[in-house]
Ligand binder design. Structure first.
Ligand code: FAD
Length: 396
């Protein structure tokens, strides 16, 4: 039996109790990475996964999803990318396969189809006690442990704005988490709401499939995936000021979508951003502020939003140039420097009559809610430190 399918009950006693030094909940990048890091130090860890290894990538995202941070960003303790396409964008199932291979090659103890129902912190256990946590499984068993790593995914729970309830029921509505491909939607034009990486990728795919596509834009950033012959992930690792910019608020101090704002066009030929989408035939409309049956009330902010996104792109490029210059690092220059093209971007107005534009479906890409587990666990990465070994968290 493959290591990733191993069923491990050797430590379990008759009452369904077993003990392991460290329980890791979730077999995504973070969970497998944490288990791999512990194994490298000769420590024992058991990963509990409600679905399969790489569940979210393999089964809970749309079919054509591309991992914009690229092959090279998917690294694990003791295992760097060794293929010949470091900047290529893997699909979700491809990334899930990388995870399964890593778990199998390392012989990580992963128990799949084992959902955790609850975690108990034992109130009287001292910091040095062997058993400080009890992890209760949905199947009824209990795993005692000294350490607990909650790696359940930061962005697993879909969030749809309350105003979606004010859209007439005749329109088909779904969250990006439930979107799979254009063919699974009713005929007609589609409004994608949200210009983060999910919204942009889905709008791009819909337009490429021949659907009339509208994209409602909200505040977001855009960065180049590659600049001066390096991936953005490499610059983030090498240039701390860029990492600070990554964690900072928008240029005007306002909130922006968190996460690494890089993504690729559907056919993997280049970067994707709202300017590129406008050029590819997607109609950009302003942020949705209210709904009334078949009419959406919008902010008239397409140009302003795209311009701010273009500025965030420029800031990232300038920052890389400045730090390279200051430190005397050699990297081939790019002339002209890449930029978000704004030629095809124009304001749309303050209302969108869905039926008049033939819109039958709304796809909400408003980002996820933060996922919670029923305990307080120690942070895997202390605040202010860069995560090493696994890909960055990257929300929609
Ligand atoms: C559209 C989209 C695009 C993204 N693109 C990128 C990208 O390009 N680059 C990048 O670095 N990141 C990207 N991300 C972010 C990406 O999700 C994270 O980087 C990465 O998946 C985080 O890994 P994780 O292990 O924290 O979470 P996940 O991969 O979500 O893993 C969490 C695991 O926990 C399991 N789990 C949850 N609850 C329980 C429970 N109660 N019991 C047992 N198991 C449980 C889940 O089944 C899941 O397998 C993207 C995210 C989205 C949504």
């Amino acid at each position: 039996m493959a290591a990733d399918q191993r069923v491990e009950h050797e430590n379990e006693d008759e009452q369904g109790y077993e003990y392991v030094e460290t329980v890791v909940i979730g077999a995504g990048q973070q969970g497998c990475g944490a288990a791999g890091a512990l194994q490298e130090r000769g420590r024992e860890a058991l990963v509990l996964e409600r679905g399969e290894i790489g569940q979210a990538w393999a089964h809970e995202r749309w079919d054509s999803l591309l991992i914009g941070s690229g092959n090279q960003s998917v690294r694990f303790p003791g295992s760097d990318y060794d293929g010949d396409d470091p900047y290529g964008c893997p699909s979700g199932p491809e990334l899930a396969r990388v995870l399964r291979r890593y778990a199998a090659e390392r012989g990580l103890r992963v128990r799949q189809h084992t959902a955790v129902r609850k975690v108990e912190c034992l109130p009287d256990a001292s910091e040095h006690a062997d058993e400080r946590f009890r992890t209760h499984l949905a199947s009824g068993g209990v795993v005692g442990s000294r350490n607990l790593v909650a790696a359940v995914g930061g962005y697993a729970a879909p969030r749809t704005p309350a105003l979606a309830a004010d859209v007439a029921r005749s329109f088909h509505q779904l969250h990006s988490r439930d979107y799979r491909n254009p063919g699974a939607l009713p005929d007609g034009a589609v409004l994608v709401v949200g210009a983060g990486i999910s919204g942009q990728q889905i709008a791009d795919e819909l337009a490429a499939s021949g659907r009339r596509t509208f994209l409602s834009v909200g505040r977001h950033r855009a960065w180049p995936r590659r600049y001066r012959r390096r991936g953005i992930q490499e610059w983030l690792q090498a240039l701390p000021p860029l990492y600070e910019e990554f964690g900072a608020a928008g240029g005007d101090g306002g909130p922006v979508l968190p996460g690494l704002p890089v993504t690729a066009v559907n056919d993997r030929t280049g970067d994707l951003n709202v300017g590129v989408l406008a050029a590819r035939g997607v109609t950009l409309v302003g942020s949705v502020r209210a709904a009334d049956g078949g009419t959406l009330l919008l902010k008239d902010n397409v140009v302003a939003t795209a311009a701010e996104s273009a500025r965030s792109f420029r800031r990232a490029v300038d920052l890389i140039d400045t730090v390279l210059r200051e430190r005397g690092f050699a990297a081939p220059e790019e002339n002209p420097a890449p930029a978000v093209p704004l030629d095809g971007v124009s304001d749309f107005g303050e209302t969108l009559d869905l039926a008049r534009h033939g819109i039958t479906t709304l796809v909400w890409c408003a980002g996820p809610s933060r996922h919670r587990v029923g305990t307080r666990a120690k942070r895997a990465v202390p605040p202010g430190r860069r995560p090493g070994g696994t890909a960055l968290n990257y929300p929609t």
